[in-house]
Design a protein around this ligand. Structure first.
Ligand SMILES: [Fe+2]
Length: 153
């Protein structure tokens, strides 16, 4: 039944969000050096956002007649900023895959759930793009667009 598959995938997404709360918090505790000035708060903001997403998912799962999981997905740890960001990118990619599987499990005419999930997926995609920039996986391609550098002074 589609609803069971939907709840299963929402629970997978919840596991990734719960992992996100813990993983981003851990990264905020562990980041050191001058990077700490920026990334301590950045990781904490991401942990808060994951907590917000987890709450919405938990409420939604119950509304659909399911029981929200209390099991976080795999939590990755590192003391190196670059590795932390890579780990966070992996987690966000796993999360968006779960949200998209939930979207695919919706009945064709279940537009309210689909619209809600599309909003969540759009949020997750923004995180992925930001993390792809932070890890330099995503860069502007010089030469594909005309880039004008202005001289200062
Ligand atoms: Fe999220």
């Amino acid at each position: 039944m589609a609803r069971t598959e939907l709840v299963e995938n929402l629970n997978k997404a919840l596991g990734y969000e719960l992992a996100g709360v813990i993983q981003y918090s851990q990264h905020s505790y562990l980041v050191t050096g001058t990077d700490r000035e920026v990334f301590k708060d950045w990781f904490r903001d991401m942990a808060e956002e994951a907590q917000g997403h987890a709450e919405v998912l938990g409420d939604k799962i119950v509304a659909l007649g399911g029981v929200p999981t209390v099991e976080p997905a795999v939590i990755r740890q590192s003391v190196e900023l670059k590795e932390m960001l890579k780990q966070d990118l992996e987690l966000e990619r796993e999360a968006i895959a779960a949200y998209m599987a939930a979207w695919a499990a919706c009945d064709d005419n279940d537009l309210p759930q689909k619209f809600w999930l599309e909003g969540q997926i759009a949020d997750e995609q923004m995180h992925i793009e930001e993390l792809e920039k932070l890890t330099s996986e995503r860069v502007a391609k010089a030469g594909s667009e005309r880039i004008v550098l202005r001289e200062v002074g």
